[in-house]
Design a binder for this molecule. Structure first.
Ligand code: AR6
Length: 166
């Protein structure tokens, strides 16, 4: 089941939250910064040992001080650098995160709007890729939350979800 919510993803009590990370996995701004701040220094130290993550791939860490048990870190395409295969790469972020979640018995998972901030994925494209990809996995999880920070994303998601159900 998919649910669209407006919230700060760092507050959610779910099995796993997904982080819109960069390739270093060592933190940054946006949702990544918020997750690192709240999870604590142990997350940074753990990530130091992981040797980064490629665009479209996903890695899992404990949630440390978060309410979530795990953090799944994935790296969205930078929209104006990855012009050739950017839509495919963004889809891979969702697929690889969901597959990694399944391997770790995750039943509830929450995604931020991957790439739709600093990496400049257009909101309409980002939301349609997110929802179409998550829709294929909806029966494998108790809940997939698509978490919005802005009304713009929230409204796009609601519209796309309605289109899928109608
Ligand atoms: N909870 C939920 N969503 C949030 C939160 C939050 N606490 N904070 C921001 N968002 P971005 P990207 C939304 O820029 O585009 C970082 O510096 C935000 O409104 O966080 O994938 C990384 O280190 C937007 O809709 O991620 C990378 O360098 C969405 O999260 C780079 O930014 C994603 O925006 C990744 O850029």
């Amino acid at each position: 089941m998919i649910e669209i919510i407006k919230d700060d993803i760092t507050n959610l009590k779910v099995d796993a939250i997904v982080n819109a990370a960069n390739k270093s996995l060592l933190g940054g701004g946006g949702v990544d910064g918020a997750i690192h701040r709240k999870a604590g220094k142990e997350l940074y130290n753990y990530c130091l040992k992981l040797n980064g993550c490629s665009t479209g791939e996903a890695v899992i860490t404990p949630g440390f001080n978060l309410n979530a048990k795990y953090i799944i870190h994935t790296v969205a395409p930078i929209w104006y650098y990855n012009e050739e295969n950017r839509e495919e790469l963004l889809k891979k972020c969702y697929v690889n995160s969901l597959e990694l979640a399944l391997k770790n018995n995750v039943k509830t998972i929450a995604f931020p709007c991957l790439g739709m901030g600093v990496y400049k994925v257009p909101t309409d494209i980002g939301c349609s890729i997110a929802i179409n990809t998550c829709f294929k996995y909806k029966d494998k999880f108790d809940k997939i939350y698509l978490v919005c920070f802005k009304d713009l994303e929230f409204n796009y998601y609601k519209e796309y979800l309605k289109g899928l159900i109608d």
